[in-house]
Design a protein around this ligand. Structure first.
Ligand code: GNR
Ligand code: NI
Length: 173
């Protein structure tokens, strides 16, 4: 397993649409292992493959990290599809490992039903609400090249991008 560098905005590769996986094999599991290790190291509660530069429809997640002393609960989503989304929306103050140290209040469907392949390539369905629903939709946006800041007003998004560029220049000096 290896920790891989996380790509940050405004890197254009984050705008790529990721491609479906045609087989959940050992190579893909090695990718998922690296993603999980990278996510734990960051630390974050979710990671999409494109965030480490791999344009495949793969997501890892572990929401247990938010509660001290909880056992790890890694989740893997390959080729996820939303089957149903509630009309009711929920607002969450979202962050993103690819948009470091920035946050924004984002409205999304409060509950979703999704279908995906798991770590073993087995088809699964999940009824998600709360943070799981929010995080799954945040990660699925990454698969379409969409960041949480793309849901903000242009003025807020531009302000965040300017701060990211400035912070990166300062770090490079
Ligand atoms: O670590 C993360 N926290 C988070 C908080 C609120 C909504 C979504 C997220 S996902 C984020 C990790 C990340 O960038 N995944 O793509
Ligand atoms: Ni993100």
């Amino acid at each position: 397993m290896a920790i891989r560098p996380i790509i940050t905005a405004p890197d254009p590769s984050l705008k790529r649409v990721s491609e479906s996986v045609d087989q959940v094999d050992d190579d893909l599991r090695a990718l998922m292992d690296d993603m999980l290790e990278t996510m734990y190291d960051a630390p974050g509660i979710g990671l999409a493959a494109i965030q480490i530069g791999v344009p495949k429809r793969v997501i890892v997640m572990d929401l247990s990290l938010r509660e001290e002393g909880e056992p790890p609960e890694p989740r893997y989503f390959v080729n996820p599809e939303i089957l149903w989304a509630s009309e009711e929306l929920a607002t969450y103050n979202e962050g993103c490992l690819s948009v470091p140290e920035e946050f924004g209040e984002i409205d999304r469907p409060a509950a979703v039903k999704a279908r995906f392949l798991d770590y073993d390539g087995k088809q699964q369905e999940i009824d998600a609400d709360g943070l799981l629903a929010t995080c799954l939709q945040h990660e699925m946006d990454h698969l379409e090249g969409v960041l949480f800041i793309d849901h903000l007003s242009r003025i807020k998004r531009d302000m965040i991008v300017r701060r990211l560029v400035k912070a990166r220049k300062a770090a490079a000096e």
